[in-house]
Design a protein around this ligand. Structure first.
Ligand SMILES: CCCCCCCC/C=C\CCCCCCCC(=O)OC[C@H](COP(=O)(O)O[C@@H]1[C@H](O)[C@H](OP(=O)(O)O)[C@@H](O)[C@H](O)[C@H]1O)OC(=O)CCCCCCC/C=C\CCCCCCCC
Ligand SMILES: Nc1ccn([C@@H]2O[C@H](COP(=O)(O)O)[C@@H](O)[C@H]2O)c(=O)n1
Ligand SMILES: [Mg+2]
Ligand SMILES: [Mg+2]
Length: 218
């Protein structure tokens, strides 16, 4: 949903910045790499220590690079298959660090085995949701579904909650409950999305192959 409705807005807002970077000789690949490094650092330095406010601030500063890199590539007319591969692959790394950071907190100082498991579920389910589309498209299917909770939703729900939950360290009482709520929402939403995508791929595969499975690819 965000991908559909918010992308146009952010494209307008970020286009001048993307143009500025291009004029300074920065490449889209550099933005992809630096953005991912910043997200990973923010997540793995701050989240395992329960510093959710500062972790979210650092991640937010870098996560929009994922919208800037493609914008730069399109403006410069240099969108490439390599760039698409790098972008999607490093998205998986960034997502792993964010939900891994939550899991490390609950495995340590946060001391909550159930929430550690929920964070690990979010991590795995998010990666599998992305994989369903990548693999479905790789075997030549349209995968004409995005589903309830795409990557942008997973990030916005969990990062907004983490940033607000982090205010607990500054004396705001009770607010830390937002993070567990967000993790449960992302977990359930990702499961629903996974089912939506698997059902769609199954239907598209049967339509393409026929009942006898002819034309199957490995
Ligand atoms: C006192 C206050 C303290 C709290 C402060 C917190 C404030 C900020 C908190 C959060 C901000 C989070 C922003 C997150 C933005 C995410 C942007 C992003 O990365 O979007 C990525 C998405 C990607 O495009 P790609 O084509 O590169 O991605 C593909 C896609 O994702 C596929 O997904 P999947 O299949 O997994 O579902 C992958 O398969 C594929 O591989 C991958 O390449 O871009 C978009 O989707 C575009 C829409 C972006 C919308 C961003 C909305 C941000 C909105 C609000 C944030 C601000 C909220 C402020 C709240 C303040 C609260 C007090
Ligand atoms: N280093 C990069 C990054 C991205 N691209 C191209 O942009 C597309 C992704 O666009 P986003 O707005 O979601 O970032 C991607 O599929 C590539 O075509 C690129 O060329 N190089
Ligand atoms: Mg990108
Ligand atoms: Mg991306």
């Amino acid at each position: 949903m965000l991908n559909k409705y918010a992308r146009a807005f952010f494209t307008r807002v970020l286009t001048p910045f993307a143009a500025f970077l291009l004029r300074r000789g920065v490449s889209p690949d550099a933005v992809t790499l630096i953005g991912t490094a910043g997200v990973v650092a923010g997540a793995l330095v701050f989240f395992p220590r329960g510093e959710f406010f500062w972790g979210t601030i650092v991640i937010t500063l870098f996560v929009f690079s994922d919208l800037v890199d493609g914008n730069m590539a399109r403006q410069a007319g240099i969108s490439s298959r390599w760039g698409a591969f790098l972008d999607s692959t490093l998205d998986r790394v960034a997502d792993g660090a964010i939900f891994g950071g939550f899991a490390l907190w609950y495995a340590g100082g946060g001391d909550d085995t159930l929430l550690c498991a929920v964070a690990l579920f979010c991590l795995t389910a998010g990666q599998v949701v992305s994989y369903t589309k990548a693999r479905g498209e790789a075997i030549g299917l349209p995968v004409a579904v995005n589903g309830l909770v795409e990557r942008a939703e997973r990030l916005v729900i969990s990062l907004v909650a983490a940033g607000l939950a982090g205010l607990h360290n500054f004396g705001v009482p009770g607010i830390q409950v937002l993070l567990p709520i967000a993790l449960w929402l992302v977990a359930v939403g990702s499961l629903v999305t996974l089912v939506q995508r698997v059902v769609t791929v199954r239907r598209e595969a049967f339509e393409a192959d026929g009942p006898a499975g002819q034309g199957a690819v490995s």
